[in-house]
Structures are given as C-alpha cells and as structure tokens.
Write a protein that binds this ligand. Structure first.
Ligand code: FAD
Length: 385
C-alpha cells in the first residue's frame, strides 16, 4: 500500500493549489482527478486580482485579457461604466488555467495522477484504480458534482444555483471590459467576458431558472449585438453555496472549494474562495503533520473569519438586487461604491465591512436595503462557523 502525508481528491483550482502549497512545504502529496488534463470546466474564467494575488506564482502564462473597464446595466435598461486604476480581473480559460495549476503542483513535487477512478474516500486514505492508498490527511476538492464531501460526511447540503455559458466569435468591442447585465435572471445576472480569440457569454441565477437559461443567454447576446447562433461549447453547470455552519473539517479530513460549497452567492465566483480555502486547509494540515494540532478543525474557524463574511455580504447583495433592483442599482452606480468594489476585487480590503469613509457609507446603505429585503446573510453572521 502506498502512503502519503496528504491525499487531495480533485485537481481544480482548489485541489491543485492545495497540493502545490503542501508539496512546496515538504509534505508527500498525492493529487488525483478522474479527468485527463488538459480538461475544460464550465466557467467564465475570470480570475479576480484578489484571487490571483493569493497565489505564490504568476498566472501570466495563461492570461488572455485584463479587465480595467466595468460596464453594468440593469435589466437591459439604465447603465453605467467605470474605469479601474489597474486590472481588476484577469481573463483566462479553464482548460489552460487548470492544466497550468496542475503542472505547478507536479513541479512542486506532488504525485499527480489524472484520468483515474477514485472508488473510495476515507479520512485515512483513498482507493484509486483499485489501489489502496493511505494518507494522514485527506482533502476533498472534487467540486460540486464530486463524491468526497458525502463520503467524508462534510459540506452539509448546499443550496445550488445554475449557470449556462458559451463562446462566441472575437469582438474587439469587449477587449479589456467586463459587461454585467444585472437582474436579467432571477437571483443572478448575465456576463460578457473577453478572451484572447473569442468572447464568453453566460447567465446564472437561482436553480429554478434552469429551464429558461438558454432563452436568457440568447437575449444577452442579442442585446449586445452578438449573434446567438454563433455559439460554440454551450455548457451548463451548478453553483454550490454553503449553508450557515455546515461542517467543513473533522479530524484528518476537510473539504475545500466547490466541494465545500464556497461559491459567492452574489457573483457566482468560486476561484478566490477555492484558492483561499486551499491555503487555509494547507496551513491547518501542515500544523497537524508537524504535531502542533490534533485535527483540521482550525481550518473551519479560518473559513469563518476569512470567507464567511463575504458569503454573508454576497447573500445580502443578491437579495437586495432581487427585491429592490432599482434602489440597489442606484446605490451600485455611485462612484464611491465602485471604489469599494475595486478595493475588494484588488484584495486591498477583505470584505465590504472593511471599507472606510464614504465607501463604508455606500456599503452600509446597500446593507440596509438587504436588511429590508430580509437578508439571508444574517444567518451566516450568527452561525458559529
Ligand atoms: C458557468 C460558470 C461560470 C463561472 N465563472 C466563474 C468566474 O468567472 N470566476 C470564478 O472565480 N468562478 C467562476 N465560477 C465558479 C468556479 O468555476 C468554481 O467555483 C471553481 O471551479 C471551483 O474550483 P474547485 O477546484 O473547487 O472545483 P472544480 O473546478 O469543479 O474542480 C473539481 C475537480 O474534481 C474532479 N473530480 C470530480 N469528481 C471526482 C471524483 N469522483 N474523483 C476524482 N476527481 C473528481 C473534476 O474532474 C475536477 O477537475 C463559475 C461557475 C460556473 C458554473
């Protein structure tokens, strides 16, 4: 039987960066994925600067565009545009990004096995292609359709959103810009993201919107002068959102990224949360391996400090736009609101509550609207983890 310090199931952004950090720190790491890389994953491929800045290496080799302009519209009506003082989002394609991250993990010394079948996940090991593997620590990073969370009895029962996206011919009008069509889908929005040789258009929102997503996607295209019939690689996928206090770690096992349901309820982004949860879990794992901690529970506390405030704020923004779209849009278009958003996306502040002065005032006003709308984020602030 082979033995490792850590076994990581799933080599998406969360799993590969966890494996990279652990292997770089000297742990013996097995990283397994059922897919053969390079593989794609339905995703807009927008890496916020705060996400990119978490990584100990540059994403430069796989970046296709840099966003400095944000164009926001409410239900195909009123619009505003803002320019950032530096790139706020890096545009990549998941086929390229995830392969690059997997290569970083392998170069750091992780034993990477892709195209394998994982038939059992336990707190002390895995069964991979029929081989029994023991591990002192097991991290579930196999996304929202994986099996690790259930097998480890972690992650609870996330709320799911849905999203649909497709690629369209390149159009220079969208270079360097991010177009967001707010509230065109119940509980969500539409987007246009520029890539090196195409544009990615998508729509995402509440699970109940699933049957109408194709229609919504075609409408976003038409409203922006993109021929819906030129779509290629149209794909849908789920967005998992953690419920308050659901367990993420127990003893020698933990779940990270989408397997932990850490997608932001408002933006639908999950790569920042994937990279950050990987970092926090890797730190906790190294303390266990060095004998300074008995289990991975401190990882869950770290998520409560670093990620849950964003989850709570995300639910607030989502319900505010859903229930009071015009008022919330009116607040969102204030230049001070963009300054706070820019700082958040750049990683200069960790959560909306960290804003100062007028920017803090704008955040408070949006929060007041969320409260009037019955803010589901309150349950996250009240939860122990
Ligand atoms: C349409 C759409 C658009 C999105 N756009 C953005 C965006 O622009 N920016 C952003 O930040 N986020 C975006 N997200 C969210 C983002 O895609 C996810 O949050 C992110 O992929 C989570 O990374 P992960 O590593 O946790 O999981 P994943 O990326 O899902 O990786 C999981 C890995 O586990 C593997 N796996 C699954 N089951 C098993 C198994 N049984 N055994 C072994 N391996 C297994 C899979 O093959 C996969 O490689 C979007 C999501 C959707 C659906």
């Amino acid at each position: 039987m082979s033995a490792f310090d850590v076994a990581v199931v799933g080599a998406g952004p969360a799993g590969s960066t966890a494996a990279y950090r652990l292997a770089s720190a000297g742990a013996s790491v097995l990283l397994v994925d059922r897919a053969t890389f390079p593989r794609d994953k339905p995703c807009g491929g927008g890496v916020t600067m705060r996400a990119a800045r978490l990584l100990p290496f540059s994403l430069y080799p796989v970046v296709e565009d840099r966003v400095t302009r944000l164009e926001c519209r409410l239900r195909y009506g009123p619009r505003f545009e803002r320019r950032a003082r530096q790139p706020i989002v890096l545009m990549t394609q998941r086929r390229r990004l995830d392969h690059f991250l997997l290569e970083q993990a392998a170069a750091a010394g992780a034993d990477v096995r892709d195209g394998v079948k994982v038939t059992d996940v336990r707190p002390d090991g895995l069964t991979v292609d029929g081989e029994e593997i023991s591990a002192r620590i097991v991290l579930g990073a196999d996304g929202c359709n994986g099996t690790a969370a259930r097998a480890l009895d972690l992650g609870g029962d996330p709320v799911h959103g849905v999203a649909l996206e497709a690629n369209y011919p390149y159009d220079a009008r969208f270079a360097g810009a991010m177009v967001i069509e707010i509230a065109v889908v119940r509980g969500g929005y539409g987007w246009i993201f520029p890539k090196g040789d195409h544009v990615n258009v998508g729509v995402g929102g509440d699970a109940s919107e699933g049957p109408r997503l194709r229609e919504h996607l075609a409408r976003v295209c038409r409203e922006h002068g993109i021929d819906p019939d030129t779509a290629t690689e149209t794909r849908g996928y789920r967005l998992p959102m953690r419920r308050p206090g659901s367990p993420l770690a127990r003893g020698t096992a933990a779940v990270i990224g989408d397997a932990a349901g850490l997608v932001d309820p408002f933006s639908g982004d999950g790569m920042y949360e994937g990279f950050l949860s990987a970092q926090l879990a890797a730190e906790a794992a190294l303390r266990v391996l060095s004998g300074h901690a008995a289990g991975l529970e401190p990882y869950e506390d770290a998520v409560a400090r670093r990620i849950t405030p964003l989850t709570a704020a995300g639910w607030g923004a989502k319900i505010a736009f859903e229930r009071f779209p015009r008022t919330t849009f009116g607040l969102a278009r204030l230049p001070v609101t963009f300054r706070a958003l820019e700082k958040l996306l750049l990683g200069e502040i960790g959560q909306p509550g960290d804003a100062h002065g007028l920017e803090k005032g704008a955040m408070r006003l949006i929060y007041a609207v969320a409260r009037r709308a019955g803010d589901p984020g309150r349950a996250y602030r009240a939860a122990p983890a």
